[in-house]
Design a protein around this ligand. Structure first.
Ligand code: 5GP
Ligand code: MN
Length: 341
């Protein structure tokens, strides 16, 4: 975090503040871990901090320290709105624009009088905060929360609760320290978090070894639905609402499926299309290897965004149309895909 932003934040936090911390819609490990980690930190400085998530998050995160205090906007709209309207500061974590929290909550945030602080590592950050700590080179927002504490001269406040939350966020957002965003500094931060009480083996077990039998069967369906387009170095997976329903789908069950498509030799671009009849959309997750930008692809075709190698978006057409359109767009990218492979 640069000196100017650090100074602004120090001034904002100079006296006890009422603070709300918000993560993005469909919160992942980094969103939940960074928000909870920051919440424990701000409380340790004497502030009043509450975490609000737009909607529910996967069960494999529901053991995190402090998770029971998270307020889900979709379930407690009035309480959330009151909290936001009476807060001095709103920290927005792990997203780059207020549209990422979903319609209604976006309006509440846009009309409140609190000052905003953004901590985020996505590309193209919006300009709504009085202090914007944005760094697209960072592995995760959770790593950034660690640097945030350090910049404020408060690294000694790193407790076991903070360490577990931040470690979980870093671990999940880097695909267990595999993605290219994992830097030597990421490993140094992880080491400090382990020293502060984040037990890596136990965290791995809670996050990765708690699959339901239905989820494993659903993975079988996904792998069966995998389509590989060798000339385009692309692979994609489709999931219909019926396939999800037949396997008692729960939030988070399809997390990571797209990585199996990317793991195919020669594939540099992988996509999963997931039908969501309730929202009347197809949710799309995109991944790539090397310099093929799925952030650009998601922005250009799916009203989405993210990072160079991991992005998301949605389509309001039905699943078949979405796939047909995808297949018709792809040849335009043939050169780029071939170069990246
Ligand atoms: P995932 O595919 O795991 O949902 O998300 C991959 C990355 O893209 C994450 O960093 C996530 O925040 C971002 N992302 C996912 N969906 C969307 C979306 O609809 N819009 C934007 N701008 N980013 C998204
Ligand atoms: Mn993240």
């Amino acid at each position: 975090m640069n000196k100017e932003t650090t100074q602004i934040v120090k001034e904002l936090l100079a006296s006890p503040q009422k603070i709300v911390i918000v993560g993005h819609k469909n919160p992942d490990g980094d969103a939940v871990g960074s928000c909870l980690g920051l919440s424990f930190f701000l409380k340790s400085l004497g502030h009043n901090a509450t975490v609000i998530m737009p909607n529910d998050f996967p069960d494999f995160l529901k053991w995190l320290p402090g998770v029971e205090e998270i307020i889900i906007y979709e379930r407690e709209k009035e309480k959330s709105t009151d909290l936001i309207n009476t807060s001095d500061l709103v920290f927005t974590l792990d997203f780059n624009g207020l549209d990422r929290v979903g319609g209604e909550l976006q309006t509440v945030l846009e009309s409140c009088s609190a000052k905003f602080v953004m901590i985020d590592h996505h590309q193209q950050p919006a300009d709504y905060a009085v202090a914007t700590y944005s760094d697209v080179k960072m592995s995760s927002t959770s790593e950034m929360v660690f640097h945030f504490m350090d910049a404020l001269g408060e690294a000694n406040k790193l407790s076991k609760e903070i360490a577990i939350n931040l470690y979980t966020g870093i671990m999940t957002d880097t695909g267990s320290f595999r993605f290219s965003s994992t830097s030597p500094t990421t490993h140094r931060v992880a080491a400090k978090l382990i020293e502060a009480g984040a037990e890596s083996a136990i965290i791995n077990q809670y996050v990765y070894d708690t699959n339901s039998p239905e989820r494993m069967k659903l993975l079988g369906v996904a792998l069966n639905n995998l389509v590989i387009l060798p000339e385009l170095h692309t692979a994609y997976i489709t999931m219909t609402q019926k396939e999800l329903d037949d396997h008692n789908f729960k939030k988070g069950d399809t997390e990571g499926f797209v990585n199996y498509a990317l793991s195919v030799k020669g594939v540099v671009f992988a996509v999963i299309f997931i039908e969501n009849k309730q929202e009347n959309i197809v949710k799309i997750s995109l991944r790539s290897k090397g310099h093929f930008s799925v952030n650009d692809f998601a922005r250009n075709h799916y009203s989405g965004g993210g990072h160079i190698n991991a992005a998301g978006g949605k389509s309001s057409q039905d699943l078949n149309k979405t796939i047909n359109e995808f297949i018709s767009i792809l040849p335009r990218y043939k050169n780029e895909l071939t170069d990246a492979s």
